[in-house]
Design a protein around this ligand. Structure first.
Ligand SMILES: Nc1ncnc2c1ncn2[C@@H]1O[C@H](COP(=O)(O)OP(=O)(O)OP(=O)(O)O)[C@@H](O)[C@H]1O
Ligand SMILES: [Mg+2]
Length: 265
């Protein structure tokens, strides 16, 4: 199957340079995109399927999922929408976001809205849950690994936005703390944005990932946006659009929520 990598630009034939009307060599319009793609090769840079239907309405006031409005506390929605509206400026200044709160309250959803806005504006974004990031780092130490740790580290620290989901959910070891600190510190020093979601309050997070990492995240992301309340996954809403194509894809909890209980019609 042809992939995006196989695509050869018809304007430049893949060289990424074209001649202008004076016969001078100038960058082709595909050049910036190609460079960005090469820089993020091997990183996870796509929005997971579950969150593919998230959009911001045309007037920029509402977050929707497959066209259905999602309600958040007004100050949270305002902060996220403003960040998305001013994404170029926010990323240029290395400002990130921090979502903290109970399970199923929309932290990952909101962070995906932001990552989508960054990608749409042409920025490079790496999107990782902490366990996945650590697994990818560990893989670089395998003898048959395609990429070296140094290369991965360079990529993770160079993207415009590093989106880390579920910080604090990882198994805590000295090695893990060191990895996270190195990445966050490098980005902190270079003024590059980090966005995190976490179930932990600040004190638990300090205990889990260390004071020095939390301190840098606080400076980069500002105050955590609090998302507390009931679990939207459990609060089954029959009007919620079906995000998956087949029943087999569907998470068990959702399926069970819809199935009639024994004895019901
Ligand atoms: N404001 C909302 N209105 C309706 N449904 C929502 C809203 N926010 C999130 N959801 C839905 O609730 C589910 C859980 O959302 P999400 O994964 O963002 O939660 P989370 O806070 O990241 O949870 P966890 O802490 O377990 O990772 C998703 O199916 C999402 O579409
Ligand atoms: Mg989440």
């Amino acid at each position: 199957m042809a992939t995006r990598e196989d695509f050869i630009c018809p304007k430049c034939g893949g060289s990424t340079w074209v001649l202008d009307k004076h016969g001078d060599s100038v960058p082709c319009e595909c050049r910036a995109r190609r460079i960005r793609r090469a820089r993020t090769k091997g990183l996870v840079t796509t929005i997971p399927r579950r969150f593919g239907g998230l959009t911001i309405s045309d007037d920029g006031r509402q977050i929707t999922d497959h066209g259905r409005p999602l309600n958040f506390a007004p100050e949270i929605a305002r902060a996220v929408l403003k960040y998305c509206r001013t994404i170029n400026e926010q990323l240029a200044q290395g400002r990130g976001l921090w979502f903290e709160g109970d399970t199923g309250t929309g932290k990952t959803t909101l962070a995906m809205v932001v990552s989508k806005a960054a990608l749409k504006a042409g920025h490079s974004v790496a999107i990782y849950s902490m366990p996945r990031l650590l697994a990818q780092i560990r893989n670089t130490f395998d003898a048959d690994s395609d990429s070296s740790y140094a290369e991965l580290f360079k990529q993770l620290t160079a993207v415009d936005l590093l989106h880390l989901d579920d910080v604090g959910a990882e198994q805590q070891t000295e090695w893990v703390l060191e990895q996270l600190y190195s990445i966050v510190n490098e980005r902190y020093e270079d003024g590059r944005a980090v966005m995190i979601t976490t179930n932990l309050g600040i004190d638990d997070l300090r205990r889990q990932i260390g004071e020095r990492t939390v301190s840098r995240l606080m400076e980069m992301c500002g105050d955590a946006l609090p998302l507390y309340g009931s679990d939207r996954r459990v609060e089954f809403d029959p009007a919620r659009p079906e995000p998956f194509a087949t029943a087999e894809d569907e998470p068990t909890a959702r399926r069970i929520a819809r199935e009639p209980a024994a004895g019901e019609a």
